[in-house]
Design a protein around this ligand. Structure first.
Ligand code: DX5
Ligand code: ZN
Length: 229
């Protein structure tokens, strides 16, 4: 249980978070070592249930397996219909930050409070078509907002700039919230997200399609550093 990992996540900002969706699961230990050597400070894990999204990935055993081979903070993105049902098992498996989708729940404030009571940090995510006003009433209960720049469910989709407007509004109105973006982030889009006030940048294809993760992450870091803010 590790709300203190939230301090590590904050200290890492701005930071590129590799999304393990596209990694080689046959060599998870090796992939984690390569990512750590490449300077990764926080891992992003995509959990999909085949119900909230039309794709399935993995659950607690993989999260637990990753925890065995890495001490890095784990940001677990729950793309599932019933986040509270699996929140405690995910915490037990080693998650440090649990992010649920506002579209999946009736009362986001209550869900956020319950997750926080489990001793981890909590984030709320919203899909591109979801209005920011859906977050009304829950922002005091969360540490992070994840603005999806693709519809949750698959890696390798095209960036949707609607996320940028949401990030810019959130940055202005809630400067203390951690802001994260996920989907279609690459060398062309990452600086736009930074300029909009984003702190954490989830990246799948733009890292894993390269053999040299360190070079891919360094190039993304350079774009973040060069962004106008
Ligand atoms: C999409 C996932 C993402 C995805 C990002 O539903 O939440 O984390 O893996 O992959 P890219 O960077 O390829 O869009
Ligand atoms: Zn994700």
């Amino acid at each position: 249980m590790s709300r203190d990992k939230l301090d590590l996540i904050r200290a890492a900002c701005p930071s590129v978070l590799p999304s393990l969706l596209l990694c080689d699961f046959g060599d998870l230990k090796g992939e984690l070592a390569r990512l750590e050597d490449a300077g990764t400070k926080v891992l992003h894990l995509d959990v999909m249930d085949g119900h909230f999204v039309p794709n399935m990935t993995y659950g607690m055993p993989i999260v637990e397996g990753i925890r065995k081979h890495s001490d890095l903070p784990m940001d677990v993105h729950l793309m599932i219909s019933d986040p509270l049902k699996y929140a405690q098992p995910m915490v037990d498996a080693g998650a440090d930050l649990l992010t649920f989708h506002v579209e999946a729940v009736d009362d986001a404030a209550t869900v956020a409070r319950e997750i926080r009571s489990m001793g981890v940090a909590v984030g709320v995510a919203l899909n591109p078509e979801t209005e920011l006003s859906r977050l009304d009433g829950c922002l005091d209960e969360v540490d992070l907002v994840l603005a999806m720049s693709v519809k949750a469910g698959f890696g390798g989709q095209k960036f949707n700039p609607v996320a940028l407007e949401k990030l810019a509004s959130l940055k202005q109105l809630h400067p203390d919230l951690l802001l994260e973006i996920d989907g279609g982030i690459n060398l062309e889009t990452i600086a736009l997200a930074r300029a909009a006030g984003c702190d954490l940048f989830v990246v799948g294809s733009a890292i894993f399609k390269h053999d040299d993760y360190a070079a891919a992450i360094a190039a993304l870091d350079d774009e973040i550093a060069g962004a106008l803010s």
